[in-house]
Design a protein. Structure first.
Length: 266
């Protein structure tokens, strides 16, 4: 490593050109403040190192700066301001880029969450009435309470004015457990459950009730009372209003079948 500069400018504002790499050399109060190429980039071909006012280069050559006109205060201020402005722009640009990246990441996360929620809502099938009622055990409990209530009902039970209903509820109670079982299967089937109802006296449809009730000669008013008793049972076991309405609607859809014997008797 050999001595690079013959002398260090002692006057503020001097500048020159390197005889070896032809880079610009700027001095301020005897100190080299810049060593950069004409393109404005710092020289990498001949890096310099200041040591006690002298400059050294690893090239092994002695190079002397050529004296050129003095660099005035105005030019120095402009150079410093340009460098400060460039650094400020760089910092602001980095902050802006980071802010945009963070905003984009937040927007993407929000979009993914909304998409996942929408997809889950669209793909998740609604539960059947059977499931919402609580399954076979809950339905069996409803039927058990309902069947006992019908037996004691003054209009359709043991004291009914309808002789067929009155006889059934006084002389055929041994069949009540089997009737409860069949009623449970019917509700499970019609509400979308996995159990299959098979009528002992098949109607025109798999869930048809006309033949099973024809000999009882149930009137429309008596049917309505049975439906009311079912509604009271659903309230007793605290079935939600939506599910209660669906159960009663499913039962009401078979009113014409259940009252077919009464209409025929007329």
């Amino acid at each position: 490593m050999t001595l690079y500069s013959l002398k260090t400018a002692a006057v503020s504002g001097e500048w020159g050109t390197c005889c070896t790499c032809h880079c610009n050399l700027d001095f301020c109060r005897g100190r080299l403040i810049n060593h950069f190429s004409a393109a404005g980039t710092y020289c990498v071909r001949l890096p310099t190192l200041q040591l006690s006012g002298l400059f050294f280069a690893p090239s092994g050559e002695l190079s002397y700066p050529t004296r050129v006109p003095s660099l005035g205060p105005l030019r120095r201020r402009r150079l410093v301001m340009k460098q400060a402005f460039s650094n400020s722009i760089t910092r602001r640009s980095m902050v802006a880029v980071m802010a945009l990246a963070a905003a984009a990441a937040a927007a993407l996360a929000g979009s993914e969450a909304a998409y996942a929620e929408t997809k889950q809502t669209q793909t998740a099938p609604e539960k059947s009435l059977y499931e919402r009622l609580g399954g076979v055990f809950a339905i069996a409990a409803v039927i058990d309470h309902f069947s006992d209530a019908v037996v004691k009902n003054p209009i359709v039970g043991q004291k009914s004015k309808n002789p067929q209903l009155r006889e059934w509820h006084t002389k055929n109670l041994g069949r009540l457990p089997g009737l409860k079982f069949m009623r449970t299967l019917w509700v499970c089937n019609i509400s979308g459950g996995p159990f299959q109802y098979t009528a002992t006296k098949p109607g025109t449809t798999p869930l048809g009730l006309e033949e099973a009730h024809r000999d009882l000669r149930i009137s429309p008013a008596e049917f309505d009372e049975v439906a009311a008793e079912l509604g009271r049972t659903l309230d007793f076991v605290k079935v939600p209003s939506r599910e209660k309405a669906e159960v009663l609607a499913a039962f009401a859809a078979h009113k014409a079948e259940v009252t077919a014997g009464h209409v025929r008797a007329k």
